[in-house]
Design a protein around this ligand. Structure first.
Ligand SMILES: [Zn+2]
Length: 387
């Protein structure tokens, strides 16, 4: 095995290990993750090889690794490393990750979005068998198109659901084993006191000094006391919530998808969700027959989206004239060259009908198309009157 492959393996094991430690935490006690330890050992083997002068044997301890590395941006992990040309560090996506975990004091941490994203996009399927969002997709994919759309939409619109709501949903699918399994895989009972997150609609839970949600951006938004008081959930309320992976990779991007759909409806432009069981997210058909295919991308790190596109060889083939990757406006505000990074990749793979735009830009285009059509209709109506 060459050192770059070793380093990538270490990153995979470390990110998965941190996620599973966080997920399987029981009453504040951390789960012992063999993967994390294995990942740390491989990383420290390389650290010793490339950075012998500064190597500290204490770093082999898990807790020391978490504070000295996992709580720092990944590029800082390589401070002092020498002769790293063969690792091509600056060409690796992991190099651009922020801190994998955040500190909540008393040797406790919470996992950041980028760590979860790395697992979602880069970790070998066999290492993460059974992750939450995949368990749901695997069931959804076996449904008829209408049921697929109904259930996926339901999950997006109900990050938290009451016992009665879920009972009614299950009754609707009482004859459909696969749909029932999808519902079962999507939700878990809320067993601790918490609050509805004002930002994303999932759950905020107090852990040590911080309020933790599924995303660090919720955690950092610091909701007010008044907001929280309105949103309290007691542990015995019989409420359910989406599992974290389902929330992050089905519900959150789903909100972006539904917003695009709503915009099409507003301008009376024909659109449909997840055609052919999710070939892409939205198909838009204009009056003149022109078709646009849209994939909503809730991927904050442009390098992650870039390699996602590279691995997929661009947009899925289809009967469309134009294909669009759509990102939330805030991603471009945070990283102004986001679109440029993606466009350079699209140019490289030679696709000239695929674009990357922000939600705001797509809305503007749809508005323009919708307004032009309304004008034409008005003209037609006037023409008819004259006749
Ligand atoms: Zn939230």
């Amino acid at each position: 095995m060459d050192d770059l492959t070793r380093l990538k393996t270490a990153m995979q094991l470390i990110t998965v290990g941190l996620c599973e430690k966080d997920r399987k935490k029981i009453k504040g006690e951390y789960f012992y993750s063999k993967r994390l330890i294995h990942g740390i050992n491989i990383f420290q083997y390389l650290n010793y090889k490339y950075n012998q002068e500064n190597f500290d044997f204490n770093q082999l301890h898990e807790q020391k690794f978490i504070t000295d590395y996992a709580m720092k941006p990944v590029r800082d992990w390589f401070d002092g490393w020498k002769n790293t040309e063969n690792l091509k560090l600056e060409g690796q996506e992991f190099y651009y990750m922020e801190e994998l975990v955040g500190d909540i004091g008393s040797c406790m941490f919470y996992v950041n979005d980028c760590c979860e994203d790395y697992v979602q996009y880069y970790v070998e399927k066999d290492i993460i068998a059974g992750i939450e969002q995949r368990a749901v997709y695997d069931c959804l994919k076996l449904l008829e198109q209408d049921d697929y759309v109904y259930l996926r939409k339901y999950f997006i619109q109900h990050p938290i659901a009451g016992q009665g709501d879920l009972r009614r949903l299950k009754l609707r699918y009482s004859q459909n084993e696969m749909a029932l399994q999808a519902i079962e895989n999507a939700y878990e009972e809320i067993r601790e006191d918490c609050y509805v997150c004002p930002k994303c609609g999932w759950t905020l839970k107090k852990e040590k000094s911080k309020m933790i949600c599924q995303s660090r951006y919720c955690t950092e938004s610091k909701p007010s006391k008044e907001e929280l008081n309105l949103a309290k959930i007691e542990r015995n309320d019989g409420k359910f919530r989406l599992k974290r992976g389902v929330m992050m990779y089905i519900c959150t991007p789903g909100k972006l998808e539904l917003e695009i759909l709503k915009c099409c409806e507003k301008y009376k432009i024909k659109s449909s969700l997840w055609p052919e069981l999710d070939k892409y997210d939205i198909e838009i058909v204009f009056d003149n027959g022109e078709i646009w295919a849209v994939d909503a991308k809730q991927v904050r790190n442009p390098y992650f989206l870039r390699s996602n596109i590279r691995n997929a060889g661009g947009f899925p083939e289809g009967n469309y004239q134009k294909a669009l990757y759509v990102i939330p406006d805030e991603f471009k505000n945070e990283q102004t060259d986001y679109i440029k990074i993606i466009e350079a990749e699209l140019e490289k793979i030679g696709k000239n009908n695929i674009y990357c735009v922000t939600l705001g830009e797509l809305k503007e285009e749809l508005k323009l198309k919708g307004t032009n059509r309304t004008k034409k209709e008005t003209v037609n109506a006037t023409d008819k009157k004259e006749i």
